[in-house]
Design a protein around this ligand. Sequence first.
Ligand code: 9L3
Ligand code: MG
Length: 131
Amino acid sequence: MTQVVVATAIMRNGQVLAQQRAFPSADAGRWEFPGGRVEPGESEEAAVVRECREELGVDVKTGQRIGPEVPLRNGMVLRLYTATLVDENAEPVAVEHSAVKWVGAGEIDDVPWLDADLAFLPDLTEIVRKD
Ligand code: 9L3
Ligand code: MG
């Protein structure tokens, strides 16, 4: 079966959360939407919740899937879900990454995203603008 990697667009007050990768070295310094591999028997929505807990230390509620399915290396595919913080006042922290930051709709295009994540920007910008 195809290995799905989920990515999460956490939205709050017209902004979306970006996190900066620390590893591997080829990706270090680039920004991504938080997430990771869906585990066997796990739903994609549950993987979003688990990855945000692990990577950011926050609980999220998974929203809708948006944008294309992006092919990755090794036959994996990347899918993006929107999400909101369960506690709006909780601040995500970079547990295993270099940094996190909130990005407004007008700044999304200026972030040095991973190549794979670029495919989500048109659909995402429209949704963040309406948030
Ligand atoms: N990946 C790309 N964009 C993303 C995410 C969450 C992941 N927004 C790629 C990087 C890795 C693979 O998917 O090659 C698995 O992700 P992770 O487990 O290293 O986060
Ligand atoms: Mg990850």
